[in-house]
Design a protein around this ligand. Structure first.
Ligand SMILES: NC(=O)c1ccc[n+]([C@@H]2O[C@H](COP(=O)([O-])OP(=O)(O)OC[C@H]3O[C@@H](n4cnc5c(N)ncnc54)[C@H](O)[C@@H]3O)[C@@H](O)[C@H]2O)c1
Length: 438
């Protein structure tokens, strides 16, 4: 088992750090955000992620996991340094690699014996080579190192489980020695016969983008099909069930809705398109998926306008769900946020509720009406839109909902509610790809 330093303690860095400690390694997690490290040292987890508190506590108590800001010391003591910092979308759609580059420089200044530098951040193909050059240009010639790409596939909301029981581990390594070190730190998975894809660095970098973009394409495809179902009276859920029974297609990621959000799919589709362009390659399918996604939230807005009127100004619209999906407090690129922007442009009075994401939303949107419960959000609303698939929205008592609202209008953008019950309770409603015939 190895000494590991993880730089960046966001959703990926913190979960990976805790998971690697759970595998028996000694892990130090570092961040430039001093406040975050202070709270972590006091046992406070900075974001909502099911199961994370337990795994962090367990490994801190066992003495395998610690948090710090002394980056020089943490790097010089490490066998493996993971780069898990953010790589946000730049204005031109490419990944902003400035944090990755800064960290690479810091690593170069502090390694003093053979070290594996492993990138967990999602980075475009060629980044491993950039890191290699940054470190080579600074480090003493007799100090050896290897750059490895070890992309992360965890999903927010299920991140701990995904990290501990992944479908596969991808390691892009430039030497056998580095690949062996990586197998060693994931030893419990390696002996458990989790598939390991050992490859070169550029291939590993592309695997991550290829996987995310493929899933994004699947979502946009089903959303466009749902729009066709809406226009023709077909039921998209029956269509996707029949499609999913074909083993070549699989039923996963065939859920129509308001489009994909989060910190990965929107950024990584645009990032892949930019990478391809930089290499004079066209990625028309991915481009179309990204464009279709931008358009899908407008489809939801139009459904609302169809039911509640083209002039929404002054109306109170309840938005249920702000997180980009259930079981997370992450609102980055959330379609709910995009819808809120549309509503604010129309001078709508926006009342919102989300079980965990409201503190994040308040940072950028302090003036919305933040409600403590679903009922409070719906009271006197002219219409409601469901934007996140939280379980508590699935079980809404529609008789009560109807009695609270000013107008019985619901846009169910996640297809959570029963159309029959909506109809029998007198609602005017729209789902996605599920037109209702009495
Ligand atoms: N969130 C996901 O579901 C997910 C899944 C797979 C891969 N990824 C990728 O992993 C990377 C991290 O994503 P995230 O969601 O954890 O990000 P995040 O925004 O939650 O966390 C990033 C962390 O990096 C820290 N940081 C930034 N610059 C730093 C520096 N120079 N030195 C030290 N710390 C620094 C920030 O303070 C922050 O705590 C991204 O490239 C992302 O695309 C994310």
């Amino acid at each position: 088992m190895k000494n590991i330093t993880v730089i960046g303690t966001g959703y990926v860095g913190l979960v990976s750090g805790a998971g690697l400690a759970d595998f028996g390694n000694h892990v130090t997690c570092i961040d430039i955000n001093f406040e975050r490290i202070t709270s972590l040292s006091q046992g406070k987890i900075p974001f909502f992620e099911p199961g994370l508190t337990e795994i962090v506590d367990r490994n801190v108590t066992a003495g395998r996991l610690q948090f710090g800001i002394e980056i020089a010391e943490a790097i010089s003591n490490a066998d493996v340094v993971f780069i898990a910092v953010w790589t946000p979308m730049d204005v031109d759609g490419s990944a902003d690699l400035s944090a990755v580059e800064d960290v690479a420089k810091t690593i170069a200044e502090n390694i003093n014996s053979y070290t594996v530098v492993a990138t967990k951040s999602t980075v475009p193909v060629g980044t491993g080579e950039m890191i290699n050059q940054v470190i080579s240009s600074t480090v003493e010639k007799d100090i050896l190192f290897d750059v490895v790409s070890n992309p992360e596939f965890l999903r927010e909301g299920a991140a701990v489980r995904d990290f501990l029981r992944p479908d596969r581990i991808v390691v892009g390594a430039s030497s056998d020695q580095a690949a062996d070190v990586m197998k060693d730190i994931y030893r419990p998975l390696y002996v458990n016969e989790t598939p390991f894809i050992i490859t070169d660095v550029p291939t590993a970098e592309i695997i991550k983008y290829a996987s995310n973009a493929f899933l994004a394409v699947k979502i946009s495809y089903i959303n466009e099909l749902a729009n066709l179902c809406d226009a023709t009276g077909a039921d998209v859920h029956v269509v996707t069930r029949a499609m999913g029974l074909d083993g070549r297609i699989s039923p996963k990621f065939l859920h129509p809705g308001p489009g994909f959000g989060g910190s990965c799919f929107p950024k990584d589709t645009r990032g892949l398109i930019r990478s391809a362009r930089a290499n004079s390659v066209e990625m028309k399918v991915v481009e179309a998926a990204a464009d279709a996604n931008d358009a899908q939230v407008v489809v939801v807005f139009q459904k609302l306008a169809k039911l509640a009127g083209d002039d929404l100004s002054g109306k109170r619209i309840a938005v249920l769900g702000l997180a980009f999906k259930a079981n997370t407090d992450d609102i980055r690129e959330s379609r709910a946020v995009a819808l809120v922007d549309h509503l604010l442009n129309q001078k709508v009075e926006v009342a919102v509720y989300d079980p965990v994401a409201m503190p994040n939303m308040k940072k950028n949107y302090p003036d919305l009406i933040y409600c403590g419960s679903v009922k409070e959000t719906l009271r006197d609303a002219d219409a409601a839109v469901i934007m996140t698939d939280w379980n508590e929205f699935r079980g809404l008592d529609l008789a009560t909902v109807g009695s609270l609202m000013k107008e019985k209008i619901i846009v169910d953008a996640k297809n959570l509610l029963s159309r029959e019950q909506l109809a029998s309770n007198g609602f005017a409603f729209e789902c996605v790809g599920r037109p209702f015939r009495q």
